[in-house]
Write a protein that binds this ligand. Structure first.
Ligand SMILES: C[S@@+](CC[C@H](N)C(=O)[O-])C[C@H]1O[C@@H](n2cnc3c(N)ncnc32)[C@H](O)[C@@H]1O
Length: 267
């Protein structure tokens, strides 16, 4: 099935994305354009919809480095929740939360926001190969890594370079939106949450994993020192307040240490 994106420049204009773009075993290069003539390149299946360079916080900048992208998942991400909770928390357990709470369905379409190596999109398509997965990030280095890992797993995913503050999608496009660890790193979290709400169908699911404020003194010291790089932490109550402001109600929530999983529904 072809999917439609919204032109980043003309928000009434739709651009079809051929299914072949998501078939990562077959390199796809070319351009797509809207009826207004604005063109976007697709290189090696990665659709580049970032129209202008952005300014980044230090934490965000590091995600644009090839070195970070190449070690991010294998060195950090697979053990990040064990390190952050202080207890064994294998990546398989996190994927179980994701897959059970999102419950991907054949033919339904899901968006991984701030995907990095597309761990969540890959997990969802593995659980339901007939689902359609779209993953966005503004780091080309991360998307290239996502492409390699997805192709190796034969996970056909649409990989899109775009800013989550201005998503190139029409309203009510997705049956599910997922966001793992990205909330803490966003420059404008409320704007991104509003975008997640806009692109989600009324009966859709929003799955978020994020880090909350630590209660221990050493955790507080670590988090305070991370804040200068652009990483933010909230209490569970503050997080839920943010979700509510963006139009989401908490359906389920699970916290362990500073890690919080939420299943949110649009209200
Ligand atoms: C902490 S990583 C999360 C990675 C991934 N979701 C996971 O579970 O492993 C945050 C990612 O969000 C991306 N990001 C941050 N702000 C963004 C924005 N405004 N638009 C698109 N991507 C963004 C960064 O480039 C980075 O790859």
């Amino acid at each position: 099935m072809a999917i439609y994106i919204r032109s980043p420049l003309y928000d009434q204009e739709s651009i079809p994305l051929p299914k072949e773009v998501s078939i990562l075993s077959k390199p796809f290069n070319g351009t797509i354009c809207s009826n207004k003539g604005d063109e976007y390149s697709i290189k090696n299946n990665i659709i580049d919809l970032l129209t202008k360079e952005k300014s980044y916080t230090l934490a965000q900048s590091t995600n644009h480095w090839r070195m970070t992208a190449s070690v991010y998942e294998d060195l950090w991400r697979v053990r990040s929740l064990s390190l952050l909770t202080g207890e064994p928390f294998p990546i398989e357990k996190e994927k179980e939360f994701l897959v059970h709470w999102v419950n991907p369905q054949p033919g339904k379409i899901y968006l991984d926001v701030g995907c990095s190596t597309a761990l969540y999109a890959r997990s969802l398509i593995k659980a339901e190969p007939e689902s359609i997965q779209v993953a966005i990030d503004f780091s080309m280095a991360m998307l290239e890594e996502a492409r390699m890992k997805s192709e190796a797993e034969q996970a056909d995913i649409y990989l899109v370079r775009a800013d989550a503050r201005e998503m190139p999608f029409f309203g009510k496009t997705f049956d599910g939106v997922v966001m793992g660890g990205t909330l803490n790193e966003l420059s404008d979290e409320l704007k991104v949450l509003f975008e997640c709400k806009r692109v989600l169908k009324d009966d859709g699911i929003f799955f978020v994993m994020h880090l909350i404020q630590s209660e221990s003194w050493y955790g507080k010291v670590l988090q305070n020192s991370a804040e200068w790089s652009g990483i933010k932490f909230w209490t569970v109550e503050q997080s839920n307040e943010l979700f509510a402001r963006a139009g989401f109600a908490v359906e389920k929530q699970f916290t362990k240490g500073i890690v919080c999983f939420s299943k949110l529904l649009p209200v």
